[in-house]
Design a protein around this ligand. Structure first.
Ligand code: DQA
Length: 148
């Protein structure tokens, strides 16, 4: 059997409060629910997942650097999507295929959420499907990596 693909799933600020925070926008599911959802797919598809959440930009950058041997990145940068050139540069620096994920559809919300500093250094973006966005991202990444 081929070696397992190592995928890191990174969540940015305030996503630790998922399930409590603005439920009308982000739904009732927690980060733990998301982890259970994607773990099943990973087990069936020979992938190894590592989860990380931080409210601090520098910690997210450090984590990306430390995991530069990973095969893929799934990242919900949360509010850093719209502000962080530093996280964008970290993803570009490690040169690992990355997928940007959002629970909400950022294009139907406030104008400032429509701009992502991160998307241009990702292979794609999935937005609007709640925790299911993460599963779609993992499926897309798996397909991308198995074709590579
Ligand atoms: C979010 C969208 C961002 O605009 C927001 O700042 C978040 C969550 C989402 O998953 O829908 O914190 O990334």
């Amino acid at each position: 059997m081929d070696a397992k693909l190592k995928i890191v799933i990174i969540n940015g600020p305030n996503l630790n409060l998922l399930g409590v925070r603005e439920q009308e926008i982000y739904g009732a599911n927690t980060l733990e629910d998301m982890e259970k959802l994607v773990t099943g797919f990973a087990e069936d598809n020979n992938m190894d997942l590592d989860f990380f959440q931080s409210n601090h930009e520098g910690e997210i950058i450090g984590y990306i650097h430390e995991h530069r041997s990973a095969n893929g990145i799934i990242i919900n940068p949360a509010a850093f999507t719209h502000t962080s050139i530093a996280i964008r540069d970290a993803i570009a620096a490690v040169n690992i295929p990355a997928v940007e994920v959002h629970l909400s559809n950022i294009y139907t919300r406030e104008e400032f959420r429509r701009m992502s500093f991160i998307a241009p250094v990702c292979i794609g973006q999935i937005s609007g499907f709640g925790i299911y966005s993460y599963l779609l991202a993992l499926q897309a990444l798996s397909n991308y990596l198995n074709k590579a």
